[in-house]
Design a protein around this ligand. Structure first.
Ligand SMILES: Cc1cc2nc3c(=O)[nH]c(=O)nc-3n(C[C@H](O)[C@H](O)[C@H](O)COP(=O)(O)OP(=O)(O)OC[C@H]3O[C@@H](n4cnc5c(N)ncnc54)[C@H](O)[C@@H]3O)c2cc1C
Length: 424
């Protein structure tokens, strides 16, 4: 059996290693188009603050890991998939045959349609190559403009601030991390950053990027929708991502935002599976299918898709959409249906002076979503409660009065379930 995986990110690598374990006699090949050994994008901020070097970003630190584990790693780009005769065409020439195929090609940053977006000095922060470019330009005291204060933008913000640059953040939404936090929490993060010396413009767009002009003038000018023009040595674009599905055109694979799959991560073509940022997998909270574009989901997908490829039927129960962010020392997190559900109850604790915020969302007596800011001790419990859909019983009323009693509620509710079931 020839298992072939396209994409050497976390989803692809975890899938290959799972296949190695559960199908020891099968051939496993990964085709990845980046020139470095498989690495983690999540590690890029640590590379930018020089906490790790390039090697520190590698998913597997042992240089001969893939050779040692019998995983054939091909560095090339797949240009098309022939789903009828079951082979891939490679950019450098040649083809690879497969019996079962996993597509784990991730996503790519979207370039907003702004004049000047292609000028030298404007980069996304997505690959190690981008990381090198940013590290070269983002020196102590240099002027840096960050377009986008979403999840990825805010992760980079932290690293840039640590490099000592003069940072301006431009966000089109009315608050920071608008797809992760509500108005109250998003604005608290903004205030926190401003107090730490970062300039933040929300409800503002970048309208154009131009060369600074003049003989001695280096750098760029960034024109904003609020009428301001700011100078920049470096502009970083973090305005969203899109699944890498372009090369599948004409393959017969069904796609929407990402590749469509069933609860076994199988596509409409039975021997082909999808995983990670390229896959429109099941959301645990809604039961609907969407692209989550976060690493824990990529890891879940990679493992489960590989089990199914090896013939060990494993259902994907859905991944919890969760984001944990450290913005210049302020930890924020959001889980599941953080924006609430129709007919549900919610409770909020807001202590803006101390940068503490907690909001809980319930459906009957089940916690279905949460947001927290400055309250790190609750992170594991919130996720656990949402993922297990534990009925809180009378503890829900206690939480409605004081949401900080979340740990007590968790312990109380698990014990009462054990009690009722005669376990303890
Ligand atoms: C700076 C940064 C920080 C992040 N921090 C976090 C975080 O803190 N928490 C979190 O949950 N997520 C984080 N993420 C997101 C996380 O990195 C992604 O969700 C994760 O990498 C998805 O894994 P993947 O394997 O699906 O895709 P990827 O890691 O993108 O890997 C896919 C690979 O496939 C390759 N490929 C694409 N097309 C082809 C082709 N046609 N042929 C061959 N190869 C191809 C790509 O080049 C890539 O190497 C961060 C991302 C960035 C950029």
């Amino acid at each position: 059996m020839e298992h072939v995986i396209i994409g050497a990110g976390p989803a692809g690598v975890i899938a290959a290693e799972t296949l190695r374990k559960v199908a020891p006699s099968a051939k496993v090949t990964i085709v990845g188009d980046e020139k470095e050994p498989p690495y983690s994008r999540m590690a890029l901020p640590y590379y930018l603050i020089e906490k790790i070097d390039e090697k520190g970003t590698y998913l597997r630190k042992n240089g001969s890991h893939f050779q040692d584990t019998g995983i054939n790693l091909i560095q090339d780009r797949v240009t098309s998939v022939d789903t009828r005769d079951k082979y891939l065409t490679l950019q450098k020439g040649g083809s690879v045959k497969y019996d079962r195929l996993l597509i784990a090609t991730g996503s790519h940053p979207i370039s907003p349609p702004i004049p000047g977006i292609d000028l030298p000095g404007v980069y996304p922060c997505w690959t190690l190559e981008d990381g090198r470019n940013i590290a070269n330009k983002a020196k102590q005291g240099s002027d840096v403009v960050l377009m986008g204060a979403g999840f990825i933008g805010c992760i980079i913000l932290e690293a840039l601030a640590e490099r000592g640059v003069n940072l301006t953040v431009i966000e089109m939404g009315d608050r920071m991390v608008p797809r992760m936090m509500n108005q109250t929490a998003g604005n608290l993060i903004k205030k926190w950053c401003q107090e730490k010396g970062v300039t933040v413009h929300t409800s503002t767009k970048v309208e154009a990027i131009e060369k600074a002009g003049g003989l001695l003038k280096k750098g760029l000018k960034v024109k904003l929708s609020n009428g301001e023009t700011i100078k920049a040595d470096l502009v970083i674009s973090a305005t969203g991502v899109k699944s890498n599905i372009q090369f599948l055109e004409g393959s017969g694979l069904e796609t929407d935002e990402g590749i469509l799959v069933n609860e076994y991560l199988q596509t409409n073509i039975p021997d082909i599976y999808a995983a990670g940022d390229v896959c429109q997998g099941m959301d645990f909270s809604t039961g609907e299918y969407s692209v989550q574009a976060i690493q824990p989901t990529a890891a879940d997908h990679g493992r489960i898709a590989a089990m199914n490829m090896a013939g060990k039927k494993t259902r994907h129960q859905g991944s919890v959409n969760m984001n944990v962010l450290d913005t210049m020392g302020l930890i924020s997190s959001s889980y599941g249906l953080w924006m609430g559900v129709k007919g549900g109850d919610s409770v909020e604790l807001n202590d803006p002076e101390r940068y503490r915020y907690l909001s809980l969302q319930f459906e009957d007596d089940i916690l279905v979503g949460a947001q927290s800011l400055g309250l790190t001790e609750h992170v594991g419990v919130l996720r656990g409660l949402i993922q297990t859909r534990l009925p809180l019983g009378k503890w829900k009323d206690q939480l409605m009065k004081d949401p900080t009693r979340i740990m007590e509620a968790y312990l109380g509710a698990t014990q009462s379930i054990g009690h009722n079931a005669g376990i303890i």
